[in-house]
Design a protein around this ligand. Structure first.
Ligand SMILES: *[C@@H]1O[C@H](CO)[C@@H](O)[C@H](O)[C@H]1NC(C)=O
Ligand SMILES: *[C@@H]1O[C@H](CO)[C@@H](O)[C@H](O)[C@H]1NC(C)=O
Ligand SMILES: *[C@@H]1O[C@H](CO)[C@@H](O)[C@H](O)[C@H]1NC(C)=O
Length: 327
């Protein structure tokens, strides 16, 4: 659902330069300028895709923005710039502009349970990413040495050598703010800055002795088309009491926004075949009760349904991790 995080890889290089000083560092930093110019578009798309997913999962973005505003007016104001809100507005404008340009493609992930039939044909957007260039997990020890808080944004930007008003800086701020928001009613959330802490969260939620496994959307074969018509060839219902959805956030190293919602959901593993080739094993979820959702939620427009009248389902992008308990 979003392009890769290629542009973040160089930041990771910079991080490594900090952690493991070495000769090749200077060369890697030298590539920064070139990559930055490609970055804004990607970032906007990533932010947009993420907003859609977080909205889907119950974290209402409009509400979030209000929380953020309050924070900005509050105690951390000395860490923030006066033009802070302008930055946000500017970013929203860019996102809105791009929303129109990319909406049709990006939103081809929604469906209703009645679509989940073998033989059904529908256009689906499965993003492709190059995992070798996405941000890597730090170890818990490494992550614990770097503050993860908007209060430290200024020094973090310095640490990662990220210009203050760059798209990357905005992305970091976005990630930190989202990670600091209080969870919604019935929601448990956690931002994992290492794989160990992600697994700890899963143990905490599922029970310390519970076994669980990740479900992901994977491309089983090569295809050049990221949006094409797919035929559903197999549907498996994953019957579990609860799940944890983990979404990658834009950050110099791997950060996953993980959350679990106490709500009526059904999980599926769906096998689809693209008309231009490309088989995909896709993780999907249906939210059965949409009556409390924002009526402006984009999925209602896409599916042409009213809140509460129909479950809303979506495929997970390939870089998301969905954890389900093994029974
Ligand atoms: C992924 O990115 C790396 C580094 O830029 C590149 O060498 C590799 O060919 C890419 N792989 C694919 C499948 O595009
Ligand atoms: C996809 O293509 C790459 C090279 O283009 C190849 O290395 C890889 O094995 C292919 N994957 C599949 C699943 O066919
Ligand atoms: C999917 O198929 C329909 C009906 O044949 C066609 O109108 C539509 O353009 C196709 N969509 C894509 C993305 O290929």
């Amino acid at each position: 659902m979003r392009p890769g995080f290629a542009s973040w890889s160089f930041i990771l290089c910079i991080l490594l330069v900090f952690l493991i000083p070495q000769d090749t560092g200077a060369r890697k930093i030298a590539t920064t300028e070139k990559e930055v110019s490609h970055d804004l578009q990607k970032l906007v798309l990533e932010g947009l895709a993420l907003d859609n997913i977080l909205q889907l999962e119950g974290a209402d973005v409009e509400i979030n923005n209000k929380h953020v505003k309050q924070d900005d007016d509050g105690d951390d104001s000395d860490d923030e710039d006066d033009d802070d809100d302008d930055d946000d507005d500017e970013q929203k404008k860019i996102i809105r502009k791009n929303l129109h340009k990319h909406m049709d493609i990006e939103l081809n992930v929604f469906f209703t349970p009645s679509d989940l039939k073998v033989g059904k044909i529908m256009p689906i957007y499965f993003s492709k990413k190059n995992s070798s260039t996405s941000p890597k997990f730090l170890t818990r020890e490494e992550a614990s040495q770097i503050p993860f808080s908007s209060k430290h944004l200024k020094s973090l930007l310095k640490f990662f050598s990220i210009p203050k008003h760059s798209p990357q800086a905005k992305a970091m701020k976005y990630t930190l703010k989202n990670c600091e928001l209080e969870s919604m009613e019935g929601e448990t959330k956690f931002c994992a800055t290492s794989l160990e802490s992600l697994l700890d969260f899963a143990h905490y939620l599922f029970g310390s002795n519970a076994k669980f496994k990740p479900l992901t959307t994977v491309h089983l074969s090569n295809s050049t088309a990221i949006l094409q018509n797919y035929t559903i060839s197999q549907v498996e219902v994953i019957s579990v009491p609860n799940i944890i959805g983990c979404h990658p956030m834009p950050y110099p190293y791997a950060v996953f926004y993980c959350h679990s919602q106490q709500s009526d959901t059904n999980m599926y593993e769906v096998l689809v075949e693209g008309e231009n080739g490309g088989r995909v094993k896709a993780a999907a979820i249906c939210h059965m009760d949409t009556s409390k959702w924002d009526k402006d939620h984009v999925s209602f427009r896409v599916l042409k349904v009213e809140p509460g009248t129909s479950p809303v389902c979506h495929f997970f992008p390939p870089d998301n991790l969905v954890w389900v308990p093994l029974t």
